[in-house]
Design a protein. Structure first.
Length: 290
């Protein structure tokens, strides 16, 4: 079967179900802090998803490389659930692909500019956008996920052999200077993290770069609605608009969330969206508000 996917509601024929083998920790550093800074701009709630850094011994707020272990009983349960999901989909006639596992000996990823602990390919759609017959690997927002799509290479190669296009967006250097910090510093919502510290200089600094997850996109046929909250996102959408010109229409909404829109806006079928709250409608493009 050739790649042909334009939305989230058409009958499912093939799918990639992620994996969590050798998932041992999160690393609390700048990119992690920024990504999980808050949920919805203007919503004055505090969501305490992760422990605060100052609670972890001598590590001061904002210190790089603070590892937060993940209890392995949760990972065992997670992998059991993922296998159950894969088995259920297979029983329904859906072809299920799985990514390669992170090898237990692979504790970190490293580039010339930084190193970070590695996480497994659990949330597949975060870093991969499917636009019709094209696979687009997006530039990740979190350093630990920098090489995550490499673990999907056997699946992508199979689709490419069947005729799919396969594109990788420009990979960022991802130094501290690459990140637009304005959203985290100016939004009014509470959040689980301490104030974002000043970025540290690096010999690899090139200024703001495109940092953009596929999960910021809502696929509605030939129309793609994208959440833009930072200059990093805007650079990614600029590239996406040029790349998809003539094939897809890209529509921007601004600061709906800090990044991903899944669980905030969910298309159920043509003409019907499920919104987290009535206020979300104010952020949507005008054509989707009626």
């Amino acid at each position: 079967m050739q790649l042909n996917s334009f939305d989230e509601w058409s009958p499912l024929r093939e799918v990639i179900v992620g994996g969590a083998e050798n998932y041992v920790s999160h690393e609390r550093e700048l990119s992690f802090e920024l990504f999980f800074h808050e949920n919805i701009a203007g919503d004055n709630r505090s969501e305490w998803y992760y422990p605060r850094l100052h609670s972890r011994g001598s590590n001061s707020p904002g210190s790089p490389g603070v590892l937060v272990p993940v209890k392995q009983r949760y990972i065992a349960e997670l992998n059991e659930d993922l296998q159950g999901l894969a088995d259920t989909l297979t029983s329904l006639g859906v072809r299920v692909h799985r990514p390669m596992d992170v090898d237990a000996a692979t504790a970190e990823v490293r580039t010339p500019a930084w190193s970070a602990s590695v996480v497994p390919p659990l949330n597949i759609r975060d870093n991969t956008l499917i636009a019709g017959d094209e696979i687009i690997e997006t530039p990740p927002m979190i350093r630990s996920r920098y090489f995550e799509t490499q673990l999907l290479k056997p699946v992508f190669q199979e689709y490419a052999r069947r005729g799919a296009r396969w594109t990788v967006m420009p990979r960022p250097l991802m130094t501290d200077a690459s990140f637009d910090l304005s959203y985290a510093r100016t939004s009014s919502a509470g959040g689980p993290t301490e104030p974002i510290e000043d970025p540290r200089p690096s010999p690899y600094d090139v200024g703001l770069e495109m940092l953009f997850d596929a999960a910021q996109c809502l696929r509605l046929g030939r129309d793609i609605v994208v959440n833009v909250s930072t200059a990093n996102h805007a650079l990614g959408v600029d590239w996406l608009e040029r790349h998809l010109e003539g094939r897809f229409r890209v529509h921007r909404m601004h600061k709906l969330t800090q990044s991903h829109i899944d669980s905030v806006v969910v298309p159920l079928r043509p003409g019907t969206l499920l919104l987290r709250s009535p206020e979300v409608a104010d952020f949507l493009p005008k054509a989707l508000r009626t």
